[in-house]
Design a protein around this ligand. Structure first.
Ligand SMILES: [Zn+2]
Ligand SMILES: [Zn+2]
Length: 277
């Protein structure tokens, strides 16, 4: 069974295509399931309805997003398993807000991603005033630990993506990273193997191989995600991702239904036959 858990569409303001386009692309590729997981509205930067139009949907759009996903799940029932998800920001201090928000909807899973350290976005190439790369990396991992422990999320999104703009030590595994992976394992949440890093200048998936090896050692489950911001990128890099997981030692990946995790075997023959994968 092959499912892409991480996809975006036009509502976030920086992705192409409709939810239906994403589902059709997944069917054309031959996936068994497609997880819809657009960016959550941004709450911590102000009370306005749409504080960052280029980054995420408006607050008022969230109920419509969930309703549209539910209608499409029903409509496509016989053709593909549409999973209702969201990529939620995790912002320190907002754990309860997100936990209650996601419990109020009938979702299959929630990806919790650290995109923000306060009002600083981790994809900003400039470091925050007065901070060095190590301090930022440390703050990012500590925020990730709080995300894992919060109970608000099922999957930790793109675990080491703070490396995208170079804010990362050269050593692949630091003691704090290993501690973070242990916290993830103890919290019972999964991570994703997010293939989008292979399409960026960093040229590494999230997380990189050494981190996946450490996750395997501690028994952290992995879900697959392309982080597609255009329908044609659904399931991009999945063959490579499955091979990598297999090499690391994984024989199963996971998916979620109504926030319950289930394991599915990695089928290398199957993923090789994916259209344009
Ligand atoms: Zn995005
Ligand atoms: Zn993200």
């Amino acid at each position: 069974m092959l499912i892409d858990h991480h996809t975006h569409h036009y509502r976030c303001g920086h992705a192409k295509g409709t939810l239906e386009d994403v589902i059709e692309a997944a069917i054309a590729k031959g996936l068994d399931g497609i997880g819809l997981s657009d960016h959550s509205p941004i709450y911590h930067l102000g009370d306005g309805d749409h504080v960052e139009p280029g980054r995420a949907m408006a607050k008022s759009e969230l109920p419509r997003y969930v309703a549209e996903m539910a209608a499409l799940k029903e409509r496509y029932r016989d053709r593909i398993d549409v999973k209702l998800g969201v990529e939620s920001d995790h912002v320190d201090g907002w754990e309860e807000h997100y936990k209650q928000l996601w419990e109020s909807y009938d979702l299959d899973y929630v990806i919790g991603s650290v995109h923000w350290l306060g009002d600083w976005n981790i994809f900003d190439p400039r470091l925050p005033e007065g901070k060095d790369a190590w301090e930022v990396y440390e703050a990012y991992l500590l925020a990730t630990q709080r995300a894992a422990r919060s109970g608000a999320y099922d999957i930790i999104g793109h675990l080491d993506c703070i490396k995208t703009r170079g804010h990362m030590p050269t050593r692949a595994i630091t003691p704090l990273l290993e501690e973070t992976i242990r916290v993830i394992a103890e919290s019972g949440v999964a991570i994703e193997l997010n293939t989008s890093g292979w399409r960026k200048s960093v040229q590494e998936c999230y997380p990189r191989r050494e981190v996946l090896e450490c996750c395997f050692h501690y028994g952290v489950p992995v879900a697959l995600g392309s982080d597609a911001h255009a329908p044609e990128l659904v399931a991009a890099g999945f063959e490579r991702a499955c091979r990598l997981l297999w090499d690391v030692g994984y024989r199963e990946i996971v998916t979620f239904t109504k926030r319950k995790r289930e394991s599915i075997p990695i089928d290398l023959d199957r993923v090789r036959r994916l259209a344009g994968g």
